[in-house]
Design a protein around this ligand. Structure first.
Ligand SMILES: Cc1cc2nc3c(=O)[nH]c(=O)nc-3n(C[C@H](O)[C@H](O)[C@H](O)COP(=O)(O)O)c2cc1C
Length: 177
């Protein structure tokens, strides 16, 4: 799929068949993640964790629902894979560059998932809730000093990617000529 087609077809997919994506597709999506630009080229300040352990996914799902105070929601939508992107902040919390690095890496995975016909959804809520529960963060086995920032669910889906309606006025835009 051409780049612009992937961009124009992309949408958040929140229904999954439960089937994990193939190793080949996961490898391609992770390659796309690693192709992302990172501020000052500091690739050693970002880290990717692929979570496919059903028990841990369930714990993250329940933790999010509890922290949001809505016990019957499933913020990971039953996806078989959650990829978390973490950063090593220079200060106490990630600054704008550090956060952006994680977001750009995650969005490369979102676009690669469209290209592969894999369902994907950016997941910030569950990652925010994850950071409220350090016992759960420990289970990610992150290198020292890394903080989870962004995430994306991935999984086989029955949904199709088709060109999305993108209203011209969706994002306010001004021109200075
Ligand atoms: C930074 C960011 C965080 C998001 N976090 C979540 C999330 O936690 N859960 C979720 O279901 N969708 C999340 N989304 C998906 C947005 O809700 C979705 O992209 C938006 O409503 C537009 O819909 P579309 O992706 O189908 O075009 C997030 C998207 C972005 C860009």
């Amino acid at each position: 799929m051409e780049t612009l087609n992937a961009i124009f077809n992309r949408k958040s997919i929140r229904t999954y068949t439960g089937k994990k994506i193939s190793e080949d597709k996961l490898k391609k999506i992770l390659k796309a993640a690693k192709a992302a630009p990172v501020g000052m080229g500091k690739y050693d300040t970002v880290h990717i964790t692929v979570i496919e352990n059903p028990e841990l996914l369930k714990e993250i799902d329940i933790n999010t629902a509890n922290i949001f105070g809505i016990p019957d929601i499933h913020p990971l939508y039953g996806a078989p894979t959650l990829v978390v992107v973490s950063v090593k902040p220079e200060g106490k919390t990630p600054n704008n560059t550090e956060y952006s690095n994680a977001a750009i890496i995650t969005h490369n995975m979102a676009l690669a998932s469209v290209d592969s016909g894999i369902g994907g959804c950016h997941i910030w809520g569950a990652v925010m809730a994850l950071n409220e529960n350090q016992n759960l963060v420990k289970q990610l086995n992150l290198p020292d000093g890394f903080v989870p920032c962004c995430g994306i669910t991935l999984g086989e889906t029955q949904e199709q990617y088709t060109p999305q309606d993108i209203p011209e006025n969706r994002v306010g835009t001004n021109f200075i000529k």
